[in-house]
Design a protein around this ligand. Structure first.
Ligand code: MLT
Length: 292
């Protein structure tokens, strides 16, 4: 599998042969997955945390977590196929392809076992990856997500969203969607964050967003497998999350053995962006517990 890695080339030359400068952007040719390896050490013992973004965002949504966690672990962020800088490939594709992509990325980066942290759609991917490949999961952080499949009404809403994008464009969708994801208070008091998320959505390829809506409608439930999860699990949810509400997190907590649930105050569906301090504090505490 061909892999293009792009460390800081000039410094690399100055430092000699195989010096790598972090963070390093990479692109998996065969999968067309764009990623960043934020690793600062090549120590094979350091834990690898793979952040899996939600729909329809990109890996930049994890910036505050990369800054907070980067010193404690090797951090990988990537863009799902058809979103961010990962171009759309063959259409149609099913939800399972997102899990295949994640596994191929782990293989390519020689990560045997990872701590998977997924938000919303990223959490769906992390849950299915844990069900299909439990031996690859060292820890699980499930943020603003759920294990149940979409009810019919949610599938029909995906159709409405696809029509909105087709007829009025990503801009119209972004304006609506961002307001579903954030608390009213954040929308009023943090216009910079609102603009940042809207821009993130609009940077995605239009057909990629529509293709992802279709693929999300093919997701099946992982609820029955929750009680088999062996990896230490942290569940995070914004106290005002209306898309994947705290009740869904509470249900997962009751089923995943030994899992811990932390409710993030003053946050809705994008808890890592709305209250990064509370989110990062809980995350770092979890990471420390894993290394003990
Ligand atoms: C997300 O944030 O990933 C989406 O809201 C998930 C979904 O639409 O089910």
């Amino acid at each position: 599998m061909a892999l293009h890695e792009r460390p800081c080339d000039i410094l690399s030359l100055l430092c000699g042969h195989h010096a790598k400068i972090w963070p390093m952007e990479g692109f998996l040719d065969s999968l067309k997955i764009s990623y960043t390896d934020h690793q600062k050490t090549t120590a094979s013992t350091s834990a690898a945390v793979v952040f899996i973004h939600g729909f329809p965002f990109d890996r930049t949504m994890w910036s505050a977590q990369v800054s907070a966690i980067g010193a404690s672990a090797r951090v990988i962020t990537y863009d799902h196929r058809g979103l961010g800088k990962s171009p759309l490939r063959e259409q149609p594709f099913l939800f399972e392809s997102f899990v295949d992509d994640l596994m191929a990325l782990l293989d390519q980066l020689h990560i045997e076992k990872a701590i998977l942290c997924g938000l919303s759609m990223g959490g769906y991917v992390a849950l299915r990856a844990t069900e299909r490949h439990p031996e690859r999961v060292k820890g699980l952080v499930l943020c603003d997500t759920k294990s149940d499949a979409d009810p019919d009404a949610a599938k029909l809403n995906r159709h409405k969203d696809a029509l909105l994008i087709q007829n009025e464009g990503l801009h119209a969708f972004a304006i609506q969607f961002v307001r579903r994801c954030l608390t009213a208070n954040t929308v009023q008091t943090n216009p910079a964050l609102v603009a940042n998320i809207e821009a993130m959505i609009q940077r995605c390829p239009v057909q990629g967003v529509i293709g992802t809506l279709v693929a999300l409608a093919t997701r099946t439930s992982t609820t029955d497998s929750l009680s088999h999860i062996k990896a230490p699990t942290l569940i995070l949810v914004g106290d005002q999350d209306a898309i994947t509400p705290p009740s869904a997190s509470q249900m997962m907590k009751e089923r995943i053995p030994g899992s811990v649930l932390t409710v993030i105050p003053q946050a809705a569906h994008l808890s890592n962006l709305e209250n990064p301090h509370a989110f990062n504090t809980a995350f770092l505490r979890f990471l420390q517990s894993l290394s003990r």
